[in-house]
Design a protein around this ligand. Sequence first.
Ligand code: AMP
Ligand code: MG
Length: 906
Amino acid sequence: MTATPAGLSEAKAALLQKYLRGEMSPGATTAERIPRRPPEEHAPLSFAQERQWFLEQWQPGTAAYNIPLALRLVGALQAEALERALNAVVARHEVLRTTFAMTDRQLTQVIASTLVISLPVTDLDDLPTTERETVAQQLMAVEVRQPFDLTRGPLLRACLLRLAETEHVLLLTIHHSVADGWSLDVLLRELAACYDAERTGRPAMLPELPIQYADHAVWQRERLRGDVAEEHLAYWRRQLAGAPAVLELPTDRPHPSAPIARGAAQPVAFSRAESTALKELSQREGVTLFMTLLAAFQVLLGRYSGQEEIVVGAPMAGRTRPEMEGLIGLFANTLALRADLSGDPSFRVFLGRVRRVTLDALAHQELPFEQLVADLQPARDPSRNPLFQVMFVLQNTPHPTGFGGLTMERLAVHTDTARFELTLSLEETAAGLEGTIEYSTDLFNAATIARMVEHFHVLLRGIVADPECRLSALPLLTDVERHQVLVEWNAAGADFSCDRLIPERFAEQVARTPDAIAVSFEGEALTYAALNAKANRLAHYLQERGAGPDVLIGLCMERSLEMVVGILGILKAGGAYVPLDPTYPKELLGFIVADTQLPIMLTQARLIGALPEYEGALVCIDRDWPAIALADDANPASDAEPHNLAYIIYTSGSTGNPKGVMVSHANVVRLFDATDEWFHFDCHDTWTLFHSFAFDFSVWELWGALLYGGRLIVVPFLVSRSPEAFLDLLHTERVTVLNQTPSAFYQLIAMEERATVTRPLALRVVIFGGEALDPQRLRPWFARHGDQSPRLMNMYGITETTVHVTYHPLTTADLDGGSRSPIGRAIPDLRLYILDEHRQPAPIGVPGELYVGGAGVARGYLNRPDLTAARFLPDPFSATPGARLYKTGDQARYQADGTIEYLGRL
Ligand code: AMP
Ligand code: MG
C-alpha cells in the first residue's frame, strides 16, 4: 500500500495504514512501555491463551489449533546446523519453552529455563523419485495432526524430510497457544539468521528481545482491568447489539451437534490483472484492499444466506506496541465485523459502510475476543462458533523469502480440521491475490465450495465492472451454471398437449373395458359402461338446464358413487365443477357460492339443509334421479374445448380470502400423458379416492384410475380418518396405487409397525404430495418393504399448476443424502426456475423461490385479476409468446445433480 487513498488526508491515510498493519492502537503512547515482569513470579495466561486452554479441554487432542509451517529447501542443507539454529531460537523465546498448568484453580504459564528440540531426519531418497513427493505429503499430513499436550509440551515440533541430496522439506508444527501467523515470519527470519550463523560460524546478530511473551500477558491483564476494557466494551456492546447469532449458510448437510471439527481447504487465486483492478477500485473509493475484499465476501455471504446482517470475523495482528513486533506468541485478535446489507445499496455505498465499521473496529481492537464473548455471553450452541462462524483473513505483510543461501518455498499442509464453517484467507503475492478457502467438511461438499469460489470470482468481476450496481443485481453465476439451471435442467420442454377433453378420454376407455369395475363404494360398484350411462344422463339433464363451456356447476356431495357420477356428468355436459365439500365450514362454502355465482348446484337431498344460502338451480342427484334417468344415455356432445375449464378448486393460501383456481381440461389431460412413462397406469391398477374432491390430489386419483381402466375405490369418510381401517382396506381391496400426504402415510407406517399380523399389500406405487416429506420418517417402511416394491415417489404440486409439478423416486439413498426434502425434477412439459428476489436464477445450492412454467399453469384466479397478475407472470426466460410462470411462494434449491430440494414456504 503506497498510494494515498483518495478522500483521506495524508495524516489520516497514514493512520489508517498503521491500523491495518496492526501497528498501533489509539490511546497508546509510545512512552508507556510494557515492563518486564518481576522474576520468580508466575505469569498468568494471556486472554487468548486462556481461550486456547479451554478449547483444548473441550475438544482434547484436536489438531484444529496446530499451526504447520512447511518449507521446501533446495540446496546443500546442513541438518545439524539447522537443529542448532532451531534451538537457538527456542533459547531466545520463552514462549517456545512454555507449557500451562492449573494449580489452585489458577492457570499459569510454566516456563522451562532450557528446552531442547530435536530435529529428526527422515530419508526418502531411497524411494523411487515419483513416490517421494506423495510420501512426504503423507508424512506431513500425519505429523501435523498429532495432538499437543498443553501441560507437558513442547508446543513446537520439528522434522526434516530428505527428498534428495539437495532437497529437503522442513516441517514445523506449533500450537496456536504459543504462536500466530505473524510469529511464523518472526520464527522463520530468526531461524534463517541462526542457521546462517551456525553454518558460517559467525554470530547471528539478532537484537535482544525487549520483553518476553509472558511480560505481555501480565501487562495485558493489568491494562484491561479497568476503564480501558470498559470503554472498548461499551463500543462492542453497541456495535453488536441485536446482531444475528448465526449466519445461516445453505449447507450440504445439517449442522452436527458437535463443534465443527473436520475440514479441508481449496485454493483461491486471482490473476494479477484482477488483483490490480481490485486495488485500483479500493484506491478510488478511499478504502483498503482489505475492506473491498471483506465487503465483496460479505455480499457473497448475504446472497447465499439471504440475511441482511452478517457478522464475519477477521484476525488482526494485535501487535499494538513496538515491543511486540519481534516476539513469537499469540497476539492475534479477532474482530467481529458486522455488515449491514439492508436497503439493497450499491456496492459503493455498502463499501462505505464496511469502511466505517472496519475503522471503528480497529479503533477498539485491543479488547480481546475472549473478553468480548465473556461479556456478551451469546447463547451456548456447541455446534456454532460464538459471534461469527465465518472468517476472512487478508495477510498483507510480505513473508520472508530467503533462507541461508537456500531456495525456499512454502508448502501447503492441511490439518484436515476447520476452526470455522468457512475461512477465506488471501494474501498478496507477486502473481496476484492467492490463498485458500478452508471449510467444514461436516457441512460442505468440495464441489459446493468450488462453486462458491467461482461465484466469488464472478461477483468480484461484477463489482469491478460496475461498483454502482445494487448488491442484489451483482452477478454470481458463471455462464455455464446459468445455462445449466435455465436450459439443461429444463431440457425437455416436451409437448404433451392433446385435443381431447377429460370425458372424451374417459369415453375411449369405456369402449375398451365396458364391463370392468370402474368405481366401488361400500359394497356397491359400477362398471365402466354403467358409470358412463349414468353420467351421460346427468350430462344431458344438466345441458338442458344451461350447462356448457365455462359454466360453473357447484358440486356438494358426500363420498359416494353418485359423487363420481356427478363430476363426470358435469364434465360431459361441457361445464366445470366447483367442489363444495360438505365437511368444510359453512362460511367457506358460502364464500365460494357467492364468489362463483353458480347457476347450477348438484347435491344430495340429505345435504340441502347444510348448504349455504343459494339462489340458483338446485339439482338433487338422488331425489331428482327419476327425472334424470329419463335423459339420453348416449355420450353427449358439447362445445367445450381443451382450454375450457374442468374445475375450480379453492385454495386457502396463508393470507386473505380463499381463491378459486381455474383449471382447464388441457391442464389435466397433459398431466397424465406427460407422466405416463414414469407410472404406466393401466387396467390392472386399483386406486383409492382417499382425498376430498375439493383437494386436487383427488383429480389425480379419479382420472389416474378412470382414464386407464383401473378400479377406483371411493374411501368412506370414516375409513379415511382411521389409519387402521384404511390399512385394512388397502389389504382387502388389493390397492396398487396409493396417493398420500406424508403425514397420513407416517400414520400408516406406525399402524403397520404395531400390527401383530403382517398382511400383504399389493401396492406397486405410493405417491406423496401436498406437503413436505421427511425421508427420515420412511426408515421403518424401507426396513420392512425395501425401496423397490412398491416404489415410493415424491411429487411436489400446487393447485395453480395442476396437481403435480415434480417427480422424485425415493430410495434408501435419500435417507443418507443431504437433502431434507427432495422433490426431484420437473414433469417434462413444465419448466422450473429457482429465482432470487430480483427474479435472477439462484446459484446451485442456494435457496430461491420456485417458479413453475409450462402446460400445467392454470388460467388464473376467478374474479381476481390483481392477484392473478401478481402470481401468474410473463416467463422472462421463454421464447414462446404468452408463456407464463407461476410464482409459488415456496423456497427451494438445486442439488448439484439438478434435483430440487424443497425448503419450505417463503
Ligand atoms: P395446494 O396448492 O393447496 O395444493 O398447496 C401447494 C403447496 O403445498 C405447495 O406450494 C407446497 O408448499 C406444498 N407441497 C405440495 N406438495 C409438496 C411436496 N411434495 N413437498 C413439499 N411441499 C409440497
Ligand atoms: Mg395453493
